[in-house]
Design a binder for this molecule. Structure first.
Ligand code: NAD
Length: 366
């Protein structure tokens, strides 16, 4: 018997779009390549929508749609808060990347992106490689994060890590009155692309770095480079006393179970969607007296990097300087949150929405 995955009803799509204020959702299907994909455009108020494509074997079409809607909305606020003139978009390809991804599928998807005429720019996300970026680029110019040999800006992770580092320093400044990380016990959960580059910055500043990962090869890359780093069991990290917790793996690690257990003064990391429920868990952190550097602010270095590639003025020193602004923005957000007795997540959302509203009006001449 063939398994049928739950389908999405049109009325429910329109309701969801209405609730999250999405501009457009595009469903893509191609019989020859087996492509099934969703492109979600949340907002083009500040400029064309931009955000990566991910490929995932979702349990249902509904789950894929939820992911595309949630991630594209997040991109709108991330770019708005980072001061970029782009909107939020994201795409998901439904399927198993190991068995279903090939040149034809990626090129066919590139054609769908092209049909949007620049309203959506894609980049890399989970299970999309530089090779896939090349395939999509064969069919459309609306791709960023291209490899350097294609004139692109390459892997954005080092820039993301740099943004997390400066966001963490701002969090430390708020918590301790000094942004110096020397001697601070910092746990980095997940030492993949972002985590491993973040560790470089922390070691350089003489922090006591603890790392956790579920894969030994990822741990090895870091410990070979920095033998002084301590390795901890990923299943017991919330029992640890630390100064700073840096989630750099999966989302939703800040939830009902973990927040009461957390023994740290600051949370600042690269993972997307760290709060299981944005408002509830942002408020819980505040009530526990933990300084939270909002994820969509601290991890915006990667989108800033590809944004400059899109502008055609990518220059590493310049991009890094623009990412440094995360420090001041983060302090402004944390102070605003304190003065208004709201969570830092809500404060960051307010800042992003204010920019969307005000710049949107300038653009419309209102
Ligand atoms: P990655 O896959 O390279 O690294 C993630 C690491 O986390 C892997 O080493 C993985 O083994 C580890 N991991 C997974 N589950 C774990 C667990 N339970 N405990 C400990 N470690 C675990 O991904 P990445 O590119 O480094 O991205 C990390 C996070 O940052 C993701 O949430 C991603 O969405 C977000 N992010 C990345 C970028 C970027 O530029 N790469 C930009 C913005 C946001």
């Amino acid at each position: 018997m063939t398994e049928t995955k739950p389908r999405v009803k049109l009325t429910s799509v329109l309701d969801k779009m209405n609730n999250s204020e999405h501009e457009q959702v595009v469903f893509c299907q191609d019989k020859h390549t087996g492509l099934k994909a969703i492109i979600a455009i949340h907002s083009t108020v500040l400029g064309p929508s931009m955000g990566g494509t991910r490929m995932w074997n979702y349990n249902s079409d509904e789950e894929a749609l939820e992911d595309a809607l949630r991630l594209s909305r997040g991109m709108t606020f991330k770019s708005a808060l980072a001061g970029l003139n782009i909107g939020g978009g994201k795409a998901v390809i439904i399927g198993d990347a190991r068995s279903q991804k090939n040149e034809y599928l990626m090129r066919r998807f590139g054609k769908f992106i092209n049909s949007l005429n620049g309203k959506y720019y894609t980049a890399e996300d989970m299970n999309i490689t530089m090779r896939d970026i090349e395939y999509m680029s064969m069919e459309t110019p609306f791709v960023v994060g291209k490899p350097q040999y294609m004139g692109g800006s390459g892997d954005p992770s080092p820039m993301t890590a740099y943004g997390v580092y400066v966001g963490m320093k701002a969090g430390a400044k708020k918590a301790y009155g000094s942004d110096c990380l020397e001697g601070k016990n910092i746990l980095v959960q997940g030492v993949g692309q972002v985590g491993k580059y973040l560790v470089d910055y922390l070691i350089k500043e003489n922090a006591n770095v603890f790392i956790a990962d579920i894969f030994h090869d990822k741990i090895k890359v870091v410990t070979e480079k920095h033998p002084m780093v301590s390795v901890v069991n990923p299943n017991t990290i919330f029992q640890m006393e630390m100064d700073i917790y840096s989630p750099c793996a999966m989302g939703a690690t800040l939830n009902d179970e973990t927040i009461p257990e957390l023994k740290c003064a600051v949370v600042a990391g690269g993972a997307n969607n760290q709060l299981a429920q944005e408002i509830k868990h942002g408020t819980m952190l505040k009530n526990h007296g933990i300084i939270y550097a909002p994820d969509f602010l601290t991890n915006s270095g990667g989108i800033s990097n590809v944004y400059h590639e899109y502008l055609g003025n990518h220059n590493e020193a310049y991009v890094k300087a623009s990412i440094s602004r995360i420090y001041n923005t983060c302090l402004d957000v944390l102070n605003y949150a304190e003065n208004n007795e709201i969570s830092s997540h809500e404060a960051a959302l307010e800042f992003a929405m204010q920019r969307l509203d005000k710049v949107g009006k300038v653009k419309l001449g209102e």
